[in-house]
Write a protein that binds this ligand. Structure first.
Ligand code: NAD
Length: 335
């Protein structure tokens, strides 16, 4: 076979095929109707990454290894995020976690790690102006998302107006978080759909995606979606030095933050948090697929910066998959 740039034609073809497949799968996934499991998707991604590691000339900005999410559909208005929304790099075992720990401590003096649950939902961006929710959008490709303000306004725990009884509302606040359907609500929704002769959802994440991306917000309103916020984007009039401190502020404004986050001082304590939730994976009312470890100090986050798709100051430790798909649900899976 002929080779270009020292890359054999076979490798080039496989690379193109994987790129195309991963793009297709991402598009379906963000619509709420994936056709392969996350584990299968991750394996295709690892294969693509391995090809690019061996042949760096294959890496282009539009490779799935370099970008976030998927292009948006034309069902909703496109909105540009004030600050880029990113994905997360993964660690699948302790060795990869330790390697991340070494990379960050080699560059900055780390004092505190913020441990959080990785909620298996969809990333949503909220913009508050002078305390008023003016816009909500999906992550999309990280730069441009889909406007879903009316749908998000039906989510009970998301304030339309920030609570100013403790701190005045900032002039501008962009917050990011995860929208999800609690497991019990998911089961009830599926039972209802089956009863009505409609297609059931394969898992809570798909149900949340399908529910949030309804054209008619009245349908979204019948789905008991929840949100937990886990990051701040653009902001004016809010100051904090640590991400954990930003959560206290967000909570004071009435935004839903998780009560399962933990600030620790060593990677061993991070490991203990990961081990705890590996054992207690079903304690939370929602599905999790791992733990997110972040540097708590915002100035260190800024120093480390990001790649084109993920911050260097955070890592997602992924738990092994546990997809419970019954044959019944396999028959009819839909939106
Ligand atoms: P991701 O889900 O692995 O991680 C990034 C996201 O985690 C963030 O955008 C954020 O929304 C979310 N998150 C949850 N809890 C968080 C917390 N506490 N702090 C910060 N972020 C938190 O990355 P992704 O880019 O959204 O998607 C990639 C993953 O999606 C793949 O690993 C794969 O498992 C799955 N996927 C599956 C298919 C499929 O066809 N089955 C297709 C595409 C993607």
């Amino acid at each position: 076979s002929t080779s270009v740039d020292g890359v054999p034609a076979k490798v080039r073809e496989r690379h193109a095929e994987l790129g195309q497949d991963l793009d297709d799968h991402s598009y379906r996934y963000y619509l709420g109707s994936p056709v392969i499991t996350d584990d299968e998707y991750d394996r295709l991604m690892l294969e693509l990454r391995a090809l690019e590691d061996d042949h760096p000339s294959l890496i282009t900005p539009d490779s799935p290894t370099q970008k976030v999410g998927a292009p948006i559909s034309n069902e909703f208005a496109a909105v540009e995020h004030l600050e880029r929304m990113q994905s997360l790099d993964n660690a699948f075992d302790d060795e990869q976690l330790a390697a991340w720990g070494q990379r960050v401590t080699a560059e900055v003096p780390v004092e505190a790690y913020l441990c959080e649950l990785k909620i298996d939902g969809l990333a949503v961006d909220l913009v508050y102006e002078r305390g008023r929710l003016v816009r909500a959008a999906t992550r999309g490709d990280g730069r441009v998302g889909e406007e879903i303000t009316l749908n998000v306004r039906t989510i009970e725990t998301i304030p339309v107006q920030l609570d100013e009884s403790v701190h005045p509302a900032p002039e501008l606040l962009e917050v990011r978080g995860e929208v999800f359907l609690p497991v019990q609500a998911f089961e009830e929704l599926n039972a209802r759909l089956v009863e009505e002769g409609k297609a059931a959802f394969r898992n809570p994440r798909n149900a949340a995606a399908g529910s949030l991306r309804q054209k008619d917000p009245r349908i979204t309103a019948t789905r008991p979606l929840r949100m937990l916020v886990h990051g701040v984007g653009a902001h004016r009039g809010a100051t904090f030095t640590h991400q954990s401190q930003s959560y206290e502020l967000l909570a004071s404004w009435g935004l839903p933050v998780s009560d399962r986050t933990s600030v620790v001082n060593s990677l061993d304590e991070v490991r203990a948090y990961i081990a705890h939730y590996a054992e207690h994976r079903h304690d939370p009312a929602y599905e999790i697929d791992g733990v997110v470890v972040k540097l708590d100090d915002v100035s260190l986050q800024r120093r480390l910066g990001s790649t084109s798709r993920a911050p260097r100051w955070a890592i997602a430790y992924k738990y092994p998959p546990e997809e419970v798909t019954t044959t019944l649900l396999d028959i009819k899976v839909g939106v």
